[in-house]
Unconditional design. Sequence first.
Lengths: 420, 273
Amino acid sequence: MPIIEVNHLTKRYQLGRQLTIKRTLVDMTDRLRGRDVPKPKLFEALHDVNFTINEGEVVGIIGHNGAGKSTLLKMLSRISTPTEGTVRIHGTVAPLIEVGAGLVGDMTGRENIFLNGAIMGVPKAVIKEKFDDIVAFAELEKFVDTPIKRYSSGMQIRLAFAVATSVDPDILIVDEVLAVGDLAFQRKCFDRMERLIKDQGKTVLLVSHNIRQVERLCTRVILMDHGQIVADGDPTEVCNLFYSQNNEKIKAGKTAFSKNQRIHHTGGGEVVRVALQNSSGESVESVEVFKSVRIQVEFDLHEHLDHMVVAASIHTTDFFYLAVFRQDPQVCPPGRYLYEVEIPEMLLLPGVYCISAGLWQGDAHAVIFHGETLLTFTVDPNPERPIYSAFDGIFAMPAERRLSGQAQPANVEAGWGENV
Amino acid sequence: MIQATKTLYQYRELLYTLAWKDVTVRYKQAYLGMAWAILQPLALMLIFTVVRSFVGIETPDGVPYPILTFAALMPWTFFQQSVTNGVSSVVSNTALVRKIYFPREIFPITAVIVKLIDLGFSFIILAGLMVFYRMMPTLHILWVIPILVYAVLMALSVSMLGSAINVYYRDVAAALPLALQLAMYVSPIIYPLSLVHRKLIEQQALGEWSNAVYQLYLLNPLVGLIDGFQRAVLYGKPPEFSTLWPGILTVVVLLTIGYRVFKRAENFFADAI
């Protein structure tokens, strides 16, 4: 039975003009005199959104900034009203839209726990019963009777999260709350969320930019873009779609050599060309998994360097370094050089990657030139050796595999066959 | 309205907690604490008493002027402060409005109810004054209870309307102090109602218009409220219905409009605020 029904939900906001009495009066007189009043520009945050959610489903909502996720949550939690369409909810809703709404600095931690509980709709008796739990979870035993304006921001958020998760509603709506506190506390929050979801069978709506988290917690994921639902279904599939969209977007913005690069140089030399070549020596922008590939870095030196180090590296689009190919120190007179890195087998899984290159001098590795994202390339699936996808990890580690027991090879289904 | 009362009951705990928050926060760092609650009517009483000695306002029936004006200042101060508090209540809770849903009327209602506590404190001063002037309350003092309910509804009607519009036009909160200042002079606070009655009804000071102007004056609900309060507390008489009803009419109309407007505007508070 559906617990949430959303039908043709559309939400428009007025853009620009602030409502003032003067503005209203001027518009009103203009209208009376029969003059045209400029219609306010409208922005459609949500456009004809339809879905139903059944009891016990854990649904993640993902999408870029401005895709309409938070607007949707606001509609579901009744904070805002649809312009068109309907939202039907059968049950009580606890929105954890930004924890910490309604904390009062002048009041003590203890007082704030009761206040926040009341705002969240938790009966006082329940808060009393759970009080020690809440305090212990927030790790604030020593500070419960201190006004929270003296708390650090992390302490405040811990307190708010601890109260928020003691709510016991039919539907839990969570917006980005897990990204609070230090790593250890985030871990704790995550565990608590997971317990709420898995053990208590709650219906949960989760909005997050942490796609891994969404993929892990949810039974279903909705991908939104420009106020519309783009995909809705299996978490892994939808998340992968989102990843590839993201990578497309990054690639599209990266074709020009100069865009979005982070270059740092001191004038002693510079990299003039970075290229990727396949086995037949052609410059390429994509390579298949397990194929050989060559990275070329051409650079000019303007000075004599007696301890020059050159390196090329591969990193993800978000600057997570995967491999660095560094040359031993060399004595180099000024001139043009070509540095080549032969990779016999591309072991990275399909996806978008970038190449950066750098020149250093001396034992202290003083930077002469360092440029990131000098080249963006894709690794494509190899049809001869199909691999699941980029989302099975980052690279194909060579390994011998054995399964003992009475196993028989099964029929190989498409896309799920022999690997590496 | 029935629906409203129902949600109120449902959210009574929140109401209570928010009110308690308002009170604690207000007095947490104030050294004089609750004394501030009674300082305003007390100070105004002293000022009015001094001013009266210059201009000579007649108080016909033997009740000493200071206590008469204090008994007027009590409901007035409650009204003035609760309306000021109430009108800005939604906007001053922006963080909550944008993040959590509960019926928004909780804000003006809390804002008004909180001021009842201040009013409670000024009853102590009133009692002191009554002892000083050797006045005995009669059983009619129980009328104070329905009169206070009336005062709350009155403050609520203005607060609902004002706080809803204030979300869209902040001019409302800006204009409010001036409006309240004017309201104070068209209410029997500095002068007693009996004085107005005598001028307009007995002496027909405005000629043929006198009766109409008097009825118009009574449409100000504060008139009936203050007069009723004074009668119950100081004169030991029940409030006079003929003085009350025009004001009650105003309150009923205002409350209906205010509630409707508030409920309509409520849906867009989060977008507009």
